[in-house]
Design a protein around this ligand. Sequence first.
Ligand code: UTP
Length: 492
Amino acid sequence: MDVNKLEHAEIQTENESDKLLVEKVFFHEQEHVFRWWNDLTADEQRNLLGQLRLIDFNLLQDLIGKHVEGNKPTSLKTVTLEPPDIIPVPQNDSQKARATEAKEIGENAIMAGKVAVVTVAGGLGTRLGANRPKGMLPISPIMGKSIFQLYAERIQAIVNKYDTVIPWYIMTSLNNDEMTRNFFEENRFFSLNPDNVSFFTQGVLPVIDLHGRLLMDSKSSIVTSPNGHGGTLLALKEKNVLSDMNERGVKHIFYHQVDNVLIKIADPVYLGYHIREGAKMSPKVVQKTDPEEKVGIVGIRDGHLDTIEYSELSKKERYARNPDGTLKFGMGSPAIYLLDVDFVEKINESHFALPYHKAVKKVPCIDENGCKTEPSENNAVKFEMFIFDALKHAGKSIIMEVVREDEFSPVKNAAGDNSPDTAKQSMINMFGRWLREAGIKIPTDEAGNVTGTIEISPLYALNAEELKEKIGQPDGVLAGKKIVFTGELNLQ
Ligand code: UTP
């Protein structure tokens, strides 16, 4: 079919609603997607129409206008940037006492069933390249438990400890939803009550070429991509998760990403500070390792709490130091947030508040002849929303600093930094610290890594405190026997 002369009347459809959809596609000048229409089977035609039906063409037009055709209003420059007030990692007695008070408030909220967990697992995991949901990755150092199993056991441990219910909502996307659900079914929800585990899919957006035309990955399908982790806030509303939370009496959402294997799910101290201050969205932060570490930082930009991306900081800002030598803008974001349910409702009121960001990428697609191509240069534009853009709307937040080695070790790459190997080692090292606190000698190498392997199930102990209680202090005695670490220890 000559796409230059394509008329919508040539696209034979089964019913009026399909016909209107085709007209809409022509109206938005995306008719090239029908180039192979007459070669498609009825099923393929239905598939293509089904995908097109999901597209918000007005939004797409708007994004193309702003980000591709260059009609974007010049973005406002940051005028002022200040470091935020943070709740530091407790060092002295009064800070420790405050943390203990906060913990009690958090524990009360957990016991009252006011806390839910949202795990965002809709990303494509391109850098890891595993072709299956990241949460299925075997990760625990000895047992090889999957990331999802680890989180399930952490939730179960909290449920047992406080005799409560913690609903767990897992956000997937169209590309991994079925595999994720099947994995939970096959593993019988890792012994969690299935009534308290649910899945919801985030939205997708079409991927376009550098001129704003929809990219296709076959003659009957367009390329789509999840709408970013910011899409969580929209999907929570659209997929009725907020109403389920309201019915259950949930007030606070513990939000985290699927790939941070050290995540301290529903940390009661964090919850307590957030609740006591009446905060609406609160980030945890970790010290940046060095000025050039490419993470976003949390700061006060033009009077509002915000996340400032690495590329937005000037060199002077990146290297600025406090009198104590720490980085002035050094509070990196590990993407851990508490959000109140009523705040997420508000973000969704009238006009959804988060903006879209553009990313230019190399995306495989088919060319004008319908042949698959692997581009060697950037050929595509994706649009994503970022969760941290909600911060500036929160009004009230607490910002809690935590120790990176205890709480942040993401799996992003197949090898090297932030890979399954570093994630496992960070777990082993953390378990090593817990055991040392309980009086057991654990050797380390020159880099500070434990020499040997350790695994401690969340159901055995969730943290150093619980471990100490289990294995008598100060001698590290377990079931009447002194623990001597000989290179492998597995506590399940
Ligand atoms: P990343 O931005 O690191 O993306 O997501 P990713 O998909 O894991 O990996 P790459 O960039 O393709 O290699 C951080 C977290 O946000 C979730 C991811 O699943 C991960 O938990 N996420 C990201 C979503 O849930 N949806 C999205 O659209 C994007």
